[in-house]
Design a protein around this ligand. Structure first.
Ligand code: ARG
Ligand code: ZN
Length: 465
């Protein structure tokens, strides 16, 4: 999604016919259009996302039955052509596709691996609506090195959906790369008694008919594809407002019943605190989900971080909620910049510890620095490696880079930089170069040497003064 586009503006839906008023120009459009690229242009992940268009909004009308593990429905994609197109791609892993329409007219498509190619003559600048009807048993990405199992993971009572980095394609067709953010509506149908949880807020009370309940959720702020979720199953839910007035939605699998009040209270309290450090909360609600699927990690799903099969402590809750600013509102546009998410969220854990009167950020920094043999000294976090994206260096050395910046420029300039970062790129995408430029601008200092040592060079950087 481009930010210049009105978020609430009505979409003009073009049909194939309206793109080309006569048969003759039909031919011309066909000749002048090119096939949209199979990838969005991330050198490390050449097939992720797609070229030639920009999604504004997804409407995912999906039914899931935990007993049969069948997911079925229609994904409607409102997008804009950014080139003259004769075809474009969608990312989709598995499933049987029944039909594709563009502007309501049937469109031809082919599939190869996780790429689906849709034939459509779309002039540059045209807005269009693609609808894909599909069904099947979701196949999550399993045991990927360093990433475990991710995407749409069936559980005993529903689904655990965490898609970072590229698992959105395991449950809906789209432009599966963080460079293309979009708003979402989820219309999720599950058997009565099952709760379906997505991002954003409920559009009303769930409605039940013929033994099935439909939950409508809307995420009205732009979101990257890997943060979209449809977590389903038996859940205990608690809602209300934080002390600061932010709506909170907390849900736990019955196995974690004892955690519900705690999750609700801590998530609200930490979200409130982060608004005093990072600036206004970017979304309309906050919260968290504890499911009984032991993923071994948590994910900062927009408005609803999810914790996979463990009781989250304040440290990890502070991490996932800091991601709402860093990663979710301000998003990366290429995976090598991942420290902008993980380094920031890890540094937030240190700030929370300090705020709680526990170890200070300086003490935590010193503890990491003192280990001269830590393997992270061989992994410069400013360039996350595709084969080992979530290496500890991206988290801890990334956080240390921020602490080194703080000590170098002083607290006033440092927290101004952090708040400006959240404000300047709110709901958008940004790069490491933009961050280092902002740090130099705000501090008035040349910081090339500092960032070089902490982000880009191998070896343990010089000790802080
Ligand atoms: N962003 C998550 C966190 O640090 C980690 C996600 C890891 N992804 C994965 N497929 N294991 O909070
Ligand atoms: Zn994280």
């Amino acid at each position: 999604m481009r930010l210049t586009r009105a978020l609430s503006g009505a979409l003009i839906v073009v049909t194939l016919a309206s793109c080309s008023p006569s048969g003759a120009s039909d031919q011309q459009v066909a000749r002048s259009g090119t096939a949209g690229a199979a990838g969005i242009g991330d050198a490390d992940f050449p097939n992720d996302g797609n070229g030639g268009y920009d999604v504004g909004h997804y409407t995912l009308a999906l039914a899931y039955d935990p007993a049969t593990r069948q997911l079925a429905g229609t994904a409607t994609i409102d997008a804009k052509a950014t080139e003259n197109l004769s075809s474009f791609n969608l990312d989709l892993h598995g499933f049987t596709v029944g039909s594709v329409t563009i502007g309501g007219q049937p469109a031809a498509f082919t599939r190869s691996g996780d790429e689906m190619t849709v034939t459509a003559n779309l002039p540059k600048g045209a807005t269009f609506r693609a609808a894909v009807t599909y069904q099947g048993e979701p196949q999550p990405v399993r045991d990927s090195p360093n990433l475990g199992t991710y995407g749409f993971v069936p559980t005993s009572d529903g689904s655990f959906v965490t898609s970072e980095p590229n698992g959105a394609k395991t449950w809906f067709p789209g432009n599966d790369h963080p460079a293309d953010k979009a708003t979402y509506e989820f219309r999720l149908t599950v058997p009565d008694g099952v709760t379906a949880i997505a991002n954003g807020e409920l559009a009303g009370e769930p409605t039940s008919k013929g033994g099935k309940t439909t939950f409508v959720w809307r995420e009205t702020h732009p979101m990257v594809s890997y943060l979209a979720t449809m977590t389903t199953g038996k859940f205990l839910v608690k809602t209300g407002d934080s002390e600061g007035g932010i709506p909170v939605y907390a849900a736990v699998d019955p196995r974690y019943q004892s955690q519900l009040n705690r999750l609700f209270e801590i998530s609200g309290r930490i979200t409130d605190y982060w608004t005093t450090v990072f600036g206004p909360y970017p979304f309309k609600s906050t919260g968290g989900i504890v499911d009984d699927f032991a993923s071994g990690y948590a994910l900062e799903n927009q408005t609803k971080p999810i914790y996979g099969g463990f009781e989250p402590d304040e440290g990890i809750i502070s991490h996932e909620l800091a991601h709402q600013w860093f990663g979710d509102s301000v998003s990366i546009s290429r995976w090598k910049d991942l420290w902008l998410n993980e380094g920031f969220a890890t540094y937030a854990e240190w700030l929370w510890s300090e705020h709680q009167g526990q170890a200070t950020a300086q003490q935590i920094f010193d503890r990491h620095y003192s280990n001269a043999n830590d393997p992270m000294w061989n992994y410069p976090p400013g360039v996350a490696q595709k084969s080992d994206l979530f290496n500890n260096a991206v988290y801890y050395r990334g956080a240390m880079a921020l602490h080194a910046l703080r000590v170098t420029v002083g607290d006033d300039a440092f927290f101004t930089i952090i708040r400006r970062w959240a404000a300047d790129h709110r709901y958008g995408n940004a790069t490491t170069e933009q961050f280092t430029a902002l740090a130099e601008e705000v501090s008035g200092q040349k910081l090339g040497e500092l960032f070089g040592q902490w982000l880009f060079d191998k070896g343990r950087p010089n000790a802080l003064p």
